[in-house]
Design a protein around this ligand. Structure first.
Ligand code: FES
Length: 190
């Protein structure tokens, strides 16, 4: 998401959102739901666009989530007292970032990101400042759908550190130059 107009779609909780980089370089996060009748606006996972046009009635929003055009606008102006495009943009989230990680909330009264992260920033710094040049996030993602009880993967993330030295060793070697727990030379693969 380096260039103006770059976007991706993802979820905040159960809500689909569009994450965009605007012409001014700033990141915006919007509900992926048309302000007209709630239709899902962006069906792509990622790309580059200056505008998002809803495929239901053609309302069009820019990378800041503002409503910039709609078919038969003159009829709305004549028949809807107080009609103003400025009031009809996409639902916008509050966005802050920490060292390139984007955080967003729809709660206007939520604490600042600084307060929210608190001492957890130390752990992020360990990850993100691992190299002198900082951390670069590569595009793409991996999604897995597991037909299992949700407690199984939750328990794996929360409590099973035993698997890390074996399953994630190649990732550790790629990222840190050394395997998890012991060096590759000590490790025997059978
Ligand atoms: S629901 Fe999007 S334009 Fe009507």
């Amino acid at each position: 998401m380096a260039k103006p107009g770059d976007f991706l779609t993802t979820y905040m909780g159960e809500d689909g959102v569009i994450v965009t980089r605007g012409e001014d370089g700033r990141i915006g996060v919007f509900l992926n739901s048309c302000s007209h009748r709630g239709n899902k606006i962006c069906l792509a996972e990622a790309g580059n666009r200056r505008r998002f046009t809803c495929n239901y009635h053609g309302w069009t929003f820019d990378a800041k989530g503002d409503l910039v055009g709609l078919p038969q606008e003159e009829i709305y102006k004549k028949t809807c007292p107080g009609f103003d495009k400025a009031d009809l943009g996409l639902r916008r989230a509050r966005v802050e970032n920490y060292k390139g990680l984007v955080f967003a909330t729809f709660d206007d009264d939520a604490e600042s990101l600084d307060q929210f992260l608190g001492d957890y920033r130390w752990y992020l710094d360990v990850l993100l400042d691992n190299d002198e040049g900082g951390t670069e996030f590569l595009p793409g993602n991996i999604k897995s759908r597991m037909a299992c009880n949700w407690k199984f993967p939750a328990e794996n993330f929360a409590g099973d550190s035993y698997h890390a030295a074996w399953t994630h060793n190649s990732g550790a070697v790629a990222m840190l130059g050394v395997g998890v727990g012991k060096s590759n030379r000590e490790r025997s693969y059978r």
